[in-house]
Design a protein around this ligand. Sequence first.
Ligand code: PLP
Length: 392
Amino acid sequence: MPPKPQRTKRLPVYRNAGFLFDTIGEAADVFAKEEEYPQSADRFSYSRYGNPNVAETEELLAEMEGSEWAVLTGSGMAAIDTALSVFQRGENTGHWLFFSELYGGTNDYIENVLISRRGIKITRFHPEEGEERYDLDRLEDLLDRVEPSLLYFEPVTNPLLIVSDGGRIIEMAKERGVAVIVDNTFATSRLWRPLEHGADIVVHSATKYLGGHGNLTAGVVCGNDSGIRKDAMLYRKYVGNTLNADDAYRLNTQSRTFPLRFAAQCENASRLAAAMSDHPAVDRVRYPGLRTHPTHDEAAKTFEGRGYGAMINVDFKGGRAAADSFVEAVSDTISYVPTLGDPTTIMLHVATVWGEQRFPYPGMLRISVGFEPYDQLEAGVLQALDQVAGMV
Ligand code: PLP
C-alpha cells in the first residue's frame, strides 16, 4: 500500500508537470479560472502555469519586499525579461531610457535582445566623463528631451558601486508619467524599497542574497499593480520563464534567513572596507559606506543608516600582477567564484569579466562579502595584503 501523504510544516516539493483531476468538469473549471486570471483558482493544472511551491514562495517574498505580489522566474535575467516585456506594446512601445551602469548581462540583453531583435528604441543615461556619480539635473533634461515611456536603473551599480538618489529619480519619472523598473539585487529590500517611492516594478536576481547560498538560480518580479501582475504571469506562462519547484522550495527555506544574513554581510563589508583601505598594497577601496566614496552622500540619504551593502571594490597599486598575487595569497580565505551573495566571501577580477575597455583597471577586484566570522576574514585578508606589498 502506498504511504499516505504526511502532515509537514513545509509544503512538500511538487515536481509534477501536471496535476490530477477526477472529471472533465473539474479540470475545465480550473482552466477557465486560469484563463481569467492566472493562478486565481486554489487548484493548479500545469506547473508552467503555476505550481504550489512557486506560489507559496511568491507569497513569502512579497511579504519580505512589502509588495502586493511577487512573480518568480527561472533566473534574474528571466525576471528582467518578464518585467520589461510587460511594458512592450509593439509599435506603441515608445522610447526606453536605461542607466548606463548596469549588470553586464543586462547590458548584453539590451543590445542583443531589445535593440537587435525587438527593435526597441533605447537611450542610455551616462555619468559625466570621468565621474563616478550620476548628475540628476542632467537626467531631468534627458527625461524632457527623450520623453521615454520607461526608465530602468540599479540603485547600486556593478562593479563601481555608484549609488544614486533613487527616491528623486522615481519622483522625476513619475512627474512625467514614465514607468519605472528597478533592479534592486545589490541594495535588497533591507536597504531600500523602491515600490514605496512609486516604482512600478522591482526585480531581483534571487540567485544572490535572497537565495544566499549559491545553490540555486532564480529571479523575482515584485509590484503592487494587479494588472501588471496579470501581464507578468501571462508572459511567464507564454515563454516558460517560470521557476522550478525544487528551487522554489530551496528559496522558500533559505530566504527566511535573508535579513539575518544580509545584516551580517553588510557589517562585515563595512569593517573590511575600512581595514583594506588603510593598507599600503591598496590604491583605492570603493565602498559606499566610506566617506571617500563619490556617492557616500547618496547612499546615506537613500539607505538611511540601514547599511551600505555587502559589495566592496578594491584596486591594487601594483595593477594586474598585484591582483594575481592577492588572489593566490588569499585563496584559503576568499574563493574566486563568479557570483555574489554567497555565505562566504568570494571575488572576481573586474577587467577580465566585464571588459578592459569599459573598466580599464587591471588591479581591480570585486569582493562579495560573506557572513563568516569577521576576525577570521580580516586576518586572512590582511595577511594576503602584506604578502602583496612584499612585507613578509
Ligand atoms: N541583476 C544583477 C544586478 C545581477 O548582478 C545579476 C547577476 O549577477 C542579474 C541581474 C542576473 O541574475 P541571474 O544570474 O540570476 O540571471
